[in-house]
Structure formats: structure tokens, C-alpha cells
Design a protein around this ligand. Structure first.
Ligand SMILES: [Zn+2]
Ligand SMILES: [Zn+2]
Length: 127
């Protein structure tokens, strides 16, 4: 099995969506490209993409992560009900301050996630 082909498949799948997918979803999509790919392989390749700066890992609660091929400076919103994750618009000045603070502390990375019930779940709750 060609390892770079597996990584390419993982990266292709991740780049194909803006939904900030979880590893299991990426695994299902990768199986369409490489039927015998394993979940552990997908996890390993995701970690390698993150380490290589090609993807970011978004923490969304206890030991749960979502992945994003958009490595530009941005923050996320996450719904505690359905678990969906989206790119959150926050003020550019706050983003710059966070980046400065992070650099001054010598952080390798940082992440800021706003947890709030998404529009769809709100609509369902009010039904
Ligand atoms: Zn929701
Ligand atoms: Zn994002």
C-alpha cells in the first residue's frame, strides 16, 4: 500500500468540504477512494496533515475533534446539540490580538470555539 496515496486521499476528502468533518466521516469518504483504508490510518494521516500545517484540529468538547483544511487564522462556532461546526465571524481586531498574544507566549497553536445552539437546532427546539 502506498502511504502517500492514503494521505492524498485523506487530504482530498478534507479539502472537499467546509463542514469541518470528524475523522469517522473522513474515513467513510476515503473508503470510496481507497476501499481497504482503515480508520487508524485515517487518524494517523490526519495527525500528520495537522503536524505538517496543512490542516487544523478543532477541539469540540471531551476528546472530540473536527478537522479543517482551512489553516488561515479563524475561529469556530460549535453546536452542543448536534455537534455541527462552522467558521465563526469575529472581529478582525480580536483575531489580531489573539494571534499576537499567542505568538508572545510562544504557543504552537491556539483555538477559540464559541459554543452555541445552531439555527437548525433552535428551530427544532421551538417546534
Ligand atoms: Zn445544532
Ligand atoms: Zn474552520
Amino acid at each position: 500500500m502506498n502511504y502517500s496515496r492514503q494521505r492524498e486521499a485523506v487530504y482530498t476528502v478534507l479539502r472537499s468540504t467546509k463542514d469541518h468533518p470528524c475523522a469517522e466521516w473522513i474515513f467513510c469518504e476515503c473508503q470510496k477512494l481507497i476501499p481497504d483504508i482503515g480508520l487508524a490510518t485515517v487518524y494517523r494521516n490526519l495527525d500528520q496533515l495537522v503536524a505538517a500545517g496543512k490542516a487544523i484540529k478543532v477541539p469540540v468538547g471531551q476528546d472530540r475533534y473536527r478537522y479543517d483544511a482551512d489553516t488561515s487564522l479563524h475561529c469556530h462556532g460549535a453546536c452542543p446539540v448536534c455537534g455541527s461546526v462552522w467558521d465563526e465571524d469575529i472581529s478582525p481586531s480580536l483575531l489580531r490580538s489573539l494571534d499576537k498574544e499567542s505568538a508572545e507566549k510562544g504557543s504552537e497553536s491556539y483555538s477559540l470555539t464559541f459554543f452555541r445552539v445552531c439555527g437548525e437546532c433552535k428551530a427544532k427546539q421551538s417546534q
